[in-house]
Design a protein. Sequence first.
Length: 100
Amino acid sequence: MALPTKATATNPSQLLPSELVDRCVGSRIWVIMKGEKEMVGTLRGFDVYVNMVLEDVVEYEMTPEGKRVTKLDQILLNGNNIALLVPGGMPDEEEASPSS
């Protein structure tokens, strides 16, 4: 079975993972990290190790005291610590974001 090429891969289920992440550059993305952190931000770039640069980031950290929310201008994430990527951002991002 041949692997799909970019020219024939119009169905998202036929895309390679790196092609799907590449389509998310410039868009909001929800990154669930290993451990107790989640990040929502605009994906600016990534490399073959899935190290990522995000801008306009909201970091959510689950602590015994509750959810801690931190806003960051920019962050570099190590791909080894990323568990899951969700294109489009967090579903309830508008409700969860702190007021500026």
